[in-house]
Design a protein around this ligand. Structure first.
Ligand code: PRP
Ligand code: URA
Length: 209
């Protein structure tokens, strides 16, 4: 069964408070999404396999550790997932980045796909899917279903805020995927928005409303 980790780090909680604030402007919102993604990535990469290597220091030959194999691929779900890419790449600069374009139909709340470009060697990599919001779970479930057709080594999902409904749906649809959540909120409203949430993540990152 998949692991679900809800972040309790004080820095993440503090930054989330500012992120949620309706008065926080796009410039600061973007910076915070990136910073929170970086802090969450630290936890999401805790179990990466290591191998022993020999390193010549100025003083001696040392037995040290290096991340084994082909490292990571990050896959943001467009648009809002793009806001998390800089932060995770700051920690893992060698990672590849794929993109999946999905938007929620406002009437049905069902995800509509419009783009998918994944790294050619994705089957040799662990994938971390990025989206700030897990609401009904439809977008994350759909994106992960697409990625699974390319047989990566492992898939994890990272979101900044989740609704209980979306988290349950994601666990049921993809029980093999570890999920990292910045905060688990109360519920969805009648329009499928997370309450208390932070509003529309894409609009707040890109200033489109
Ligand atoms: C938001 C968000 C997720 C999705 C979550 O994107 O970034 O992708 O909604 O909702 P769900 O869990 O109910 O599927 P949106 O569809 O608003 O597209 P955008 O990022 O292009 O604004
Ligand atoms: N998408 C968002 O950006 N915010 C929500 O609350 C739900 C879906």
């Amino acid at each position: 069964m998949a692991k679900v980790m809800i972040m309790d780090h004080p820095l993440i909680q503090h930054k989330l408070t500012i992120l949620r604030d309706v008065h926080t402007a796009s410039t600061q919102f973007r910076a915070l999404v990136s910073e929170i993604a970086m802090l969450m990535c630290y936890e999401a990469t805790r179990d990466l396999p290591l191998e022993e290597v020999e390193t010549q220091t100025p003083l001696a030959l040392a037995k040290t550790k290096s991340i084994a194999g082909k490292k990571l691929a990050f896959v943001p779900i467009l648009r809002a997932g793009l806001g998390m890419v800089d932060g995770v790449l700051a920690l893992v600069p060698s990672a590849r980045v794929g993109h999946i374009g999905l938007y929620r139909d406002h009437e049905t709340l069902m995800p509509v796909e419009y783009y998918c470009k994944l790294p050619a060697d994705i089957e040799e990599r662990e994938v971390i899917v990025l989206d700030p919001m897990l609401a009904t779970g439809g977008s994350a479930i759909d994106a992960i279903t697409q990625i699974k057709t390319r047989n990566p080594q492992k898939i994890k999902f990272m979101c900044i805020i989740a609704a209980p409904e979306g988290l349950e749906a994601l666990k049921a649809a993809h029980p093999d995927v570890d999920v990292f959540v910045g905060a688990l909120d109360d519920c969805l409203n009648e329009h499928g928005y997370i309450v208390p949430g932070l509003g529309d993540a894409g609009d707040r990152i890109f200033g489109t409303k």
